[in-house]
Design a binder for this molecule. Structure first.
Ligand code: FAD
Length: 500
């Protein structure tokens, strides 16, 4: 077999070098690829490959690139402290990884297994190319609690609905405890060319829109652990009730981007939550479940989304229920733009969209409300909303984003029915009763009283005047009448989906 210049033939290598290929698992603790590589070899070459084109339509969005820059900087520092080096390369991993492994004389390549279709296809290409150099390819579970292929119904079918899926998961033995952090690394001899992170230009400059992201987040493994510990120690017990109140900034963990980039694994979160629960008061919320139970349920939603994508690779692009291919979504650039900019005139929706733009994250309750307004009242396709979230979220995750959009739009296998349409006014009154959330993100409504805050278009002129608001001037009139939008959505569903 011909080898590239500089590459070592299999016969020249001892088994003392392995290559670890980092992807969506930017951490040193509970990292099976790294741990197993170290059990196998004395020297480990750590590599990250950026391929901007790899995702096709789902190439990384702006907010994700911002996060990636900082997370890679943190990982490189941690690897450096342990005595290793993180090699950065840009291009097609199916060429770069085999070439680097060969150059280093590695006997094996270890990486985290992904449920994303593009990465699974890439794995196949890398494995094939490595085989030509006689180098072993080993992929490990890094981003789910369980092996997704092993979870089946009693008749061996794939689950399409969350509740029985979660019940089965809860009945399984707990995932094994997380692996300890890797503390010592030895890079192989030789100098391996690496790009400079700054030269990738992942951060926005003209304009620099990332100020809000910088204030809100601390990307990297250390920041992830600090956030997790704080949440579990102080807020887990109350999670059952507080998780639905977007104005309560400690109501949820805000761990999603750390999980998305694998700075934390779900296994670590699962075990840490169980431990914290043992120490806490296990207070029951209004649902009768403890904060811990409810939190575990959300981690299982994350698992379920990965599972759905694993078994439905077209989920980001096509409705899981084919009947919805018949629904004629509206082409409404004006409505879409108002939604994206937080200028719909519906306060809770605008608050959510502005929070998203400002800090790259939105509260889950408000994600549901904003997605519902787009797909139901405006009847704009869920794929448009999914793409906007993908570009602007720091936790933009192919599985969770597409599964959640399909859930809200009613096109998923386990969705709320299409005809269940959130009323954003009722939702606002129920979950933001004191208006803390709306007033924070829509400051032009700050002085409007609670009675009218969630529907300023109904407010008497005198109230608006007192609050210093002229509708259509200081704050938009609603882009759609909620009643008309709702009726139009129901008619479209009746005529095009159910009737067919
Ligand atoms: P917590 O309430 O603290 O929950 C802990 C963890 O559980 C989260 O970090 C997350 O990993 C998981 N989780 C919580 N809620 C859900 C849920 N509904 N579905 C799946 N997993 C959940 N989440 C993403 O991580 N990436 C996305 O791209 C994404 N897109 C979404 C799009 C829409 C339209 C909707 C309705 C939801 C989306 N979600 C997405 C799910 C959810 O909104 C976020 O996971 C959650 O808001 C993250 O905040 P948190 O970490 O404080 O969650």
């Amino acid at each position: 077999m011909a080898h590239k210049p500089g590459a070592k033939a299999a016969s020249d290598r001892g088994d003392d070098t392995a290559l670890v290929w980092f992807r969506n698992d930017l951490r040193l603790a509970d990292h099976r690829p790294l741990t197993e590589a170290l059990q196998e070899a004395r020297h480990v070459l750590c590599v990250f490959v950026l391929d901007r084109k790899a995702g096709g339509a789902w190439a990384l969005g702006g907010a994700s690139l911002w996060w990636l820059h900082h997370s890679l900087a943190a990982l490189a520092e941690a690897i450096g402290k342990a005595g290793g080096t993180l090699i950065l390369r840009e291009g097609d991993a199916a060429k770069i990884i085999p070439a680097l492994a060969s150059e280093a004389g590695a006997a094996s390549v270890h990486c985290g297994r992904s449920h994303e279709p593009v990465l699974r296809e890439l794995d196949r290409r890398v494995e094939k190319a490595l085989a030509q150099h006689d180098i072993a390819f080993r992929s490990h579970r890094v981003s789910t609690l369980f092996e997704l292929d092993t979870i089946r119904t009693q008749t061996g079918k794939v689950y399409g609905v969350y509740t029985p899926f979660a019940r089965t998961c809860r009945g399984l033995p707990d995932p094994e405890p997380p692996l300890p952090p890797v503390k010592q690394l030895h890079a192989p001899d030789g100098k391996f060319a690496s790009d400079r992170l700054e030269d990738w230009h992942l951060l926005p400059t003209r304009p620099d829109w990332a100020g809000g992201l910088r204030d809100a987040w601390n990307p990297g493994e250390a920041g992830a652990h600090a956030r997790m510990q704080r949440f579990l120690a102080d807020h887990l017990d109350d999670y059952g009730d507080s998780r639905n109140i977007p104005g309560n900034e400690d109501g949820t963990s805000m761990l999603s981007p750390h999980l998305r980039w694998g700075e934390l694994s779900p296994v670590q979160v699962w075990h840490a939550a169980r431990e914290a629960n043992g120490q806490g008061r296990a207070r029951k919320g209004s649902t009768g479940r403890s904060g811990f139970d409810t939190f575990q349920g959300e981690i299982l939603w994350h698992e379920f989304a990965a599972y759905l994508l694993h078994h439905n690779p077209a989920m980001p692009d096509e409705p899981l229920r084919p009947a919805y291919n018949r629904l004629r979504w509206r082409h409404d650039p004006r409505g879409l733009q108002a939604w994206q900019r937080g200028q719909t005139g519906v306060p809770i929706v605008d608050a959510g969209m502005r929070q998203l733009w400002h800090i790259g994250w939105m509260h889950n309750r408000v994600r549901m409300i904003t997605a519902s307004l787009l797909t139901k009242h405006l009847l704009v396709s869920w794929q448009e909303g999914e793409a906007w979230f993908w570009d602007t979220l720091v936790d933009g995750d192919l599985a969770t984003n597409s599964a959640s959009w399909q859930w809200v739009a009613g096109t998923g296998t386990d969705s709320q029915p299409f005809f269940r349409i959130f009323n954003p006014v009722t939702q606002g009154r129920k979950f933001d009763p004191d208006g803390a959330y709306v007033r924070r993100w829509v400051p032009e409504l700050q002085r409007l009283g609670d009675r009218w805050l969630h529907e300023p278009w109904e407010a008497p002129e005198a109230e608006l005047e007192r609050a210093g608001i002229r509708l259509g001037d200081h704050y938009p009139r609603p882009v759609i009448s909620l009643t008309e939008g709702r009726d139009r959505a129901l008619a479209a569903f009746r005529n095009e989906v159910r009737a067919a």
